[in-house]
Design a binder for this molecule. Structure first.
Ligand code: ZN
Ligand code: ZN
Length: 765
């Protein structure tokens, strides 16, 4: 008789791992316990040495291994026997009694459940809410802990005898699967018209009828796992056009869904890594290069070179595609920038003018969770939006925080984050807080996530920007300690958090806007930074931006600021009329902005790189207005002609006692020459991107000379630009830098809260 402690890491939580361990231990007559710890799962086994060996083989290779589990490491060592240990139990806390959240992320329906759903003799045949311990909704249905059925939105459904028998049978795949249900006892589905009147009474016909409507070009609002989607046939030009008009989302690319990778391959290029990501249990949206010629409706994704695809993940999706559908637009069910809708009545109220029909169900979604979005940078998966499938899984750090911390995030693309022990618990994507409904959602979400993880913040951290609602909320919280930190420092710290790096780096924080320590709007920053402190080594030379709120939408504003900076007294509207007129035909408006900039009326000094991209895109003829964030920069990236290596010129200004200034005046002169000579827009776009990559490389080299550091951390929304990020990473590596960048949280403002959390944890040490 021996006793062993076995420590397992990998994807082992929320995938039915502990019940599987329990079953194998019981079968082999072993005693002890299993619990989820902060790194994975810890097991203690007592019994015959041979049986423990057998246990490990079963767990790693046997049929009993939960299908979604992935064991990364498995270490076992002998410990002292425990007397009186006569049974095997599943524990909910670790050895020190730290209570750990048992709430995991929502996962794709598993193959076993799918098999049963398609089996005519199964009592859950064609049942769209089939699930088991290995799959199904979790985070989206949990109201509070402990994660038991009464604390989920499944509490209103009383289990029938058959479901209950499975739920209570430890040898069953549905042992303690909280959302377990069947057609007799569980949630139901129905179809209504836009007024909420039921269309089809036969419940087994509802999904087939929905598929028919979609194939006939109708827009259907479909309630899924994390909220409603607005759905149309992606091959139907007219239907997609109608959805754009009705959703008042004129330009933003729509996400699409297929039921197999083979189908996606008809429309987009799917690399091996992309295939793995599409098929992962988190089932994110993956951005894939478009195929030149394909039958997807024009209006699905204008002005970008990628399609956003995901595979079916809810049982309902699989049933829908069984109705003969090829590819669907599946865009979030909301109006412009409002929160995702997850409630039936609200859907009818808000989307009644958008959708022709509603496919609804009565399993309440407690937390709305958007689809997550990934793309691939430097052959690595990188999250652009971290929500369904990933949240609330904590990011684990080596460092242990003695106090709980709340990080409020940024006002744009908000997420927030808690620090507890060695866990960084990031929220799902919340949205832009300036929308009142989104702000309300933010406040509620903070309390919900805090409750699920039993966090008691003793410190709060937020942005330096006094105008941010997140800052104001954080400052109003009763806490012992409050920190306000600079935006780009938080960006760089988010990279340090991901890599667990406790040393200074050269940080390149490049984005549209972040409040600076000097009151200017920063946006292209080279910081020598650790989680403890930062020094501003260099930045883009300031230019003046008129009309604060409009400046990120109307490209003419940064254009005028940048031209006036470039040409100084040689600038006049007459001289540049040929360039400006196509972008902003209203001459009076132009001269007002020029005067504003000249006299510093309602202007800010900025080093924003995002606005430089807006300006170049508009001058190159790609539009004049960002209808959604980064529309112009995305169009510029999509227009790049491949195979061009040359770049525009740039310089640096050295001013004693001040940070180094990156000067792009030469670049603007050359761009304007190229435009005048009618050089192809794709060539201009390539030379411009190459110039920015070279300029950032040289900035990093200068920082290296001064600091002796050779690790560069990249963060900020501009690095969502694949061409720029890939090129800069390559250049830096060729020049012997170690390059770190965001992968597990977005490099845009969705990653700010993680960086803030990292800084606060360090400062509280
Ligand atoms: Zn399942
Ligand atoms: Zn049942």
């Amino acid at each position: 008789m021996i006793r062993q402690r076995i420590i397992i890491t990998g994807r082992v939580q929320g995938v039915g791992f502990r019940p599987a361990v329990y079953r194998i231990a019981e079968q082999l007559g072993l005693t002890g316990f299993v619990y989820n710890d902060t790194m994975g799962v810890t097991i203690e086994l007592q019994g015959d040495e041979g049986k423990i060996g057998e246990f490990l083989v079963h767990l790693q290779e046997g049929e009993d291994k939960p299908p979604l589990a992935q064991i990364k490491t498995c270490k076992s060592f002998d410990i002292d026997l425990v007397s009186g240990c006569d049974q095997f139990v599943i524990k909910t806390s670790d050895a020190e009694g730290t209570s750990l959240s048992q709430v995991t992320a929502d996962l794709v329906v598993c193959q076993n459940c799918l098999g049963e759903m398609k089996e005519k003799t199964d009592f859950r045949y064609w049942y769209p809410f089939i699930n088991c311990t290995n799959c199904g909704p979790r985070y989206s249905i949990v109201k509070s802990i402990p994660y038991d059925r009464p604390n989920t939105t499944m509490s209103v459904f009383e289990m029938c005898d058959r479901c209950k028998a499975e739920y209570t049978d430890v040898t069953d795949r549905r042992f303690h699967a909280q959302p377990v249900a069947c057609p007799k006892c569980g949630p139901k589905i129905w179809l209504t018209n836009r007024k909420g009147q039921q269309l089809e009474t036969q419940s087994n016909e509802v999904i087939r009828e929905t598929a028919k409507l979609l194939l006939a070009g109708k827009i259907v609002a479909i309630k899924g796992i994390g909220g409603f989607h607005l759905v149309v046939n992606a091959l139907d030009d007219q239907a997609v056009k109608r959805l754009r008009q009705r959703k008042r989302r004129d330009h933003k690319p729509f996400a699409m869904m297929c039921d197999s990778v083979e189908k996606i391959r008809r429309y987009a290029k799917v690399s091996e890594l992309a295939r793995q990501l599409l098929q992962s249990p988190e089932r994110p949206i993956v951005l894939l290069p478009k195929k030149e010629i394909c039958s997807i409706a024009q209006d699905v994704a204008h002005g970008v070179n990628t399609f956003a695809f995901m595979l079916c993940y809810a049982p309902l999706h699989f049933l829908l595609f069984a109705g003969g559908i090829d590819v669907l637009v599946m865009t979030s069910g909301n109006i412009s920038d409002e929160p995702l809708i997850c409630n039936n009545d609200k859907a009818l109220e808000k989307l009644g003018d958008v959708a022709d029909a509603f496919l609804m169900h009565d399993r309440e979604i407690y937390r709305q969770v958007d689809d997550s979005i990934l793309h691939i940078l430097d052959d690595e998966p990188v999250l652009l939006r971290r929500s369904r499938g990933y949240v609330p899984t904590p990011i684990i750090t080596e460092k242990i925080s003695d106090v709980d911390i709340f990080a409020a995030g940024s006002d744009l693309k908000n997420t927030f984050c808690f620090v507890k022990h060695n866990q960084l618990i990031c929220s799902e994507y919340i949205g832009d807080l300036e929308n009142a409904d989104v702000y309300h959602h933010y406040i509620n979400s903070i309390e919900h996530l805090r409750g699920l993880f039993e966090v008691e913040p003793k410190a709060v951290i937020c942005d330096l920007n006094p105008g941010y609602l997140s800052t104001q909320h954080a400052l109003s919280m009763p806490c012992i300690k409050t920190f306000q930190v600079q935006h780009h420092w938080a960006h760089i710290a988010s990279v340090l958090a991901e890599y667990g790096l406790d040393e200074p780096v050269i940080g390149l924080g490049v984005d549209g806007t972040g409040y600076g320590t000097d009151g200017a709007i920063w946006g292209c920053e080279c910081l020598i930074a650790s989680a403890e402190k930062f020094e501003r080594f260099a930045h883009l030379s300031y230019y003046r931006l008129a009309g604060a709120d409009k400046a990120s939408k109307e490209a003419i504003r940064p254009i005028l600021g940048l031209l006036m900076k470039t040409y100084g007294d040689n600038f006049s509207l007459d001289k540049f009329g040929w360039l400006l007129e196509p972008i902003a035909p209203d001459l009076d408006k132009l001269s007002i902005i020029v005067q504003q900039i000249d006299k510093k009326i309602n202007t800010v000094d900025t080093s924003s790189m995002g606005r430089v991209f807006d300006a170049v895109a508009a001058m190159a003829g790609l539009g004049s207005y960002n209808n959604f964030e980064a529309q112009l920069p995305m169009a510029l990236e999509a227009s790049i002609k491949t195979g061009i290596e040359e770049h525009y010129e740039f310089s640096f200004n050295e001013i004693a006692g001040e940070p180094l200034e990156l000067d792009l005046r030469k670049m603007f002169e050359q761009i304007i020459d190229d435009i005048q000579r009618r050089v192809d827009c794709g060539v201009i776009a390539a030379r411009f991107h190459n110039c920015i990559a070279e300029a950032l490389l040289e900035t990093a080299q200068k920082a290296k000379e001064k600091s002796g550091l050779s690790t560069v951390a990249l963060s900020g929304g501009v690095f969502c630009n694949r061409y720029l990020a890939n090129r800069l990473i390559k250049l830096l590596k060729e020049n012997h830098f170690r390059v770190l960048f965001n992968r597990r949280v977005p490099s845009n403002d969705g990653g700010i809260s993680l960086g803030q959390a990292e800084i606060a944890a360090k400062l509280m040490q």
